[in-house]
Design a binder for this molecule. Structure first.
Ligand code: NAD
Length: 478
């Protein structure tokens, strides 16, 4: 069985306790690897290595740090297919999705923030009171904690800006999908990234994660994961006045108006609900449809969902794989039972497949109102509900009937309506007539229970730096 070590100070290391956690292949339910079960001792070691590396790394020219990130991006790109295979094995996602979207995006994250390192500028203010300019210094050692659903994509989305801004990093990937982060640690050592700049500590959230959050030398925590854990991290970090960025759960609405090109865009609409088996924080799990097209839309949508090919993730033709873990499979099954008991009518899917692995057929459910738990709580699986609306105001009320506020998708050809609703929808990201189209410079993140702070572009560079204003008195000319 393959063993996945920590990467601390450019060295592969087992957990200091000698303990390992099993890592499972979701398509068979069998363990295929073991990962170091890190704890506070490992975190101490990693933070010490990062602290030692900080003075030299933060003193490099921006262009030198950019060159390291470029080098890592190119090394990753050269092994794209290996990484895609690893991601598919570890998370059960279709190989084609990992190869065509997720690993290329990890490469882009590294490249994008390499460029950001050379382009990031600070402000100056004058004409009111002296001459002011802002210095933006790296924070020191920062922690990144990432989830299992887009393992390398989100891991790199955090480490890249942190490193570009001059920090050194201790990164904790999800213990559920630790494979590609470990391979990236190996790659960083191979290209000779200075020791201690990027450290990877594995382990559970309760042990390794909390030890990292609580470590006195960790200056900031960039977290992506569930709202429950985000709240816990905020509660732990706030008394110590650590900087925290939280990207949390979602229950995103998709609003389909009668005037939209929904027939032409049906594939995108289906993808926006079911990509990665619905295990993307940005998936639209509440589909709201204008009543005049409700039945026609419902039938076409259900018909298309029924054709999704669910199966072996390594098969080129597979569109949906299994859920990531036994625990998540059990959770989604419980949500499906709850939807039935709430009176939901299953139009397609919603069954565990009679085979090894954690497969659930994609489900479309109608008959559930906005106050049901099914429409309120994040399921994070292949489940979409349909609700009809009569007016724009009702659509808006239904869309905003959620404690979350991550993304909202709007399908309409009425430009006035698109702008009007975009301003009123309570979400950090609005997509109009598209889904998951990303310009990495834009602010990314959610409001309310979906998080605190924004990632992407300048927002991320600002998060990973501390501003210091310098004010010079300007003498009046004699
Ligand atoms: P999770 O919160 O269970 O775990 C995320 C990470 O936090 C893991 O690395 C885990 O080990 C760690 N962790 C768990 N408990 C911890 C603790 N007490 N202290 C420190 N670290 C701890 O989330 P998950 O199940 O891995 O991911 C799914 C969730 O992530 C969903 O809610 C999804 O919506 C959310 N998500 C949000 C975004 C976004 O950008 N907003 C993106 C992807 C996923």
């Amino acid at each position: 069985m393959k063993s996945l070590p920590h990467w601390i100070d450019s060295q592969a290391r087992p957990a200091s306790s000698g303990r390992w956690l099993e890592v499972f292949d979701p398509s068979s339910g069998e363990a295929f690897a073991q990962v170091a079960a890190g704890d506070a001792t490992d975190v101490d070691m990693a933070v010490a290595a990062a602290a030692k590396a900080f003075p030299a790394w933060s003193s490099l020219r921006n262009s030198e740090r950019a060159a390291w990130l470029e080098k890592l991006a190119s090394a990753l790109e050269a092994r794209l297919e290996d990484f895609a295979r690893a991601e598919s094995l570890d998370g059960g996602k279709p190989y084609s999705l990992a190869r065509d979207a997720e690993i290329p995006r990890a490469v882009s994250n590294l490249r994008f923030f390499a460029h950001a390192a050379t382009q990031f500028a600070s402000e100056s203010h004058h004409g009111e009171a002296g001459l002011n300019y802002t210095l933006r210094a790296p924070l020191g050692v920062v922690a990144t904690i990432s989830p299992w659903n887009l393992p390398l994509y989100l891991f790199t989305w955090k480490i890249a800006p942190a490193l570009a801004a001059g920090n050194t990093v201790v990164a904790k990937p999800s213990e559920v999908t630790p494979l590609t982060a470990t391979l990236l640690g190996e790659l960083a050592a191979e290209i000779g990234l200075p020791a201690g700049v990027l450290n990877i500590v594995h382990g559970t959230g309760a042990e390794a994660g909390e030890a990292l959050v609580m470590h006195p030398d960790i200056k900031a925590i960039s977290f992506t994961g569930s709202t429950v854990v985000g709240r816990r991290i905020a509660a732990l970090a706030t008394p110590h006045l650590k900087k925290v960025s939280l990207e949390l759960g979602g229950k995103n609405p998709t609003l389909v108006f009668a005037d939209s090109d929904w027939r032409v865009q049906l594939d995108t609409l289906v993808r926006s609900a079911f990509q990665n088996s619905g295990q993307i924080c940005l998936c639209g799990s509440r589909v709201l449809v204008e009543r005049s097209i409700y039945e026609e839309f419902r039938d076409a949508f259900v018909e298309r969902v029924a054709t999704l090919r669910l199966g072996d993730p390594s098969d080129e033709n597979t569109q949906l794989g299994p859920l990531v873990s036994q625990a998540h499979f059990d959770k989604v099954k419980t949500c499906l039972d709850r939807a039935r008991s709430e009176g939901g009518r299953f139009l397609v899917g919603g069954h565990a497949l009679d085979r090894a692995g954690w497969f659930i057929s994609p489900a479309v459910v109608e008959g559930l109102g906005p106050d049901t738990a099914s429409n309120r709580e994040e399921i994070f699986g292949p489940v979409a509900t349909l609700q009809a609306f009569d007016s724009e105001q009702e659509a808006l009320a239904l869309a905003n009937a959620s404690e979350y506020g991550l993304a909202a998708m709007l399908w309409t050809r009425d430009l006035d309506r698109a702008h009007r609703l975009s301003a009123q929808l309570r979400a950090g990201i609005i997509w109009v007539n598209t889904w998951l189209m990303r310009d990495l410079r834009t602010p990314f993140g959610g409001m309310a229970a979906s998080g605190l702070g924004r990632e992407g572009g300048t927002e991320a560079m600002r998060f990973f730096t501390e501003a210091k204003n310098v004010c010079l008195a300007l003498d009046k000319p004699p």
